[in-house]
Design a protein around this ligand. Structure first.
Ligand code: HEC
Length: 154
């Protein structure tokens, strides 16, 4: 009965995986509540706005986080377009000149394919202006705290 044995093995692997995912999610929830409870959040501890949740499937956003399907968004504002070392961008994005600032991000996020036809970012775009503003405000915080202070002093 090799077939049944294989099925049983698969079941065990699957339930292991579910158990692992569950404890991972618990950890995530715990860190989220810690972040919300902190009086002044440090880098990477900001509360994630609802509109950003869709991005989490493909993007890491904390320093030193392992990359997902998309490049990390840590330090995105002020960064040259398509410039994360070792990430394989589409030609569409790699050939796009400029840096990411509020205006370029607003256009890209509103309609990725219109901004960079052929981009691999497989996402319809955030058509809602308020949602884009929420995401942009969050992206602007993804930088070291010292950097933020220096900007304030300027
Ligand atoms: C289905 C996966 C997916 C989702 C969902 C997604 N992205 Fe992306 N994103 C990518 C990929 C892949 C790239 C690289 C695109 C390319 O090379 O053309 C990318 C690129 C980017 C870039 C350019 C980064 C750089 O280094 O130049 C930004 C900014 C970005 N995404 C922001 C977002 C935000 C904000 C959201 C949520 C509103 C989001 N993405 C949702 C997959 C995704």
């Amino acid at each position: 009965m090799p077939r049944a044995a294989t099925a049983a093995t698969w079941d065990m692997t699957a339930s292991n995986r579910i158990a692992r995912t569950r404890s991972f999610l618990t950890t995530l929830c715990l860190s989220a509540s810690v972040a919300v409870a902190a009086a002044s959040p440090g880098p990477g501890e900001q509360e994630v706005p609802d509109a950003f949740e869709v991005c989490l499937a493909c993007h890491a956003y904390e320093p030193d986080e392992a990359p997902l399907e998309g490049p990390t968004l840590w330090g995105i504002v002020g960064r040259q377009i398509a410039s994360v070392d070792g990430f394989e961008y589409s030609d569409a994005l790699r050939r796009h000149p400029g840096t990411w600032d509020r205006a370029t991000l607003d256009r890209f996020l509103g309609n990725p394919q219109a901004f960079a036809p052929g981009t691999r970012m497989d996402m319809g775009g955030l058509r809602n202006e308020r949602e884009r503003a929420e995401v942009l405000g969050f992206l602007e915080q993804l930088k070291p705290a010292a950097d933020a202070e220096r900007t304030d002093d300027d």
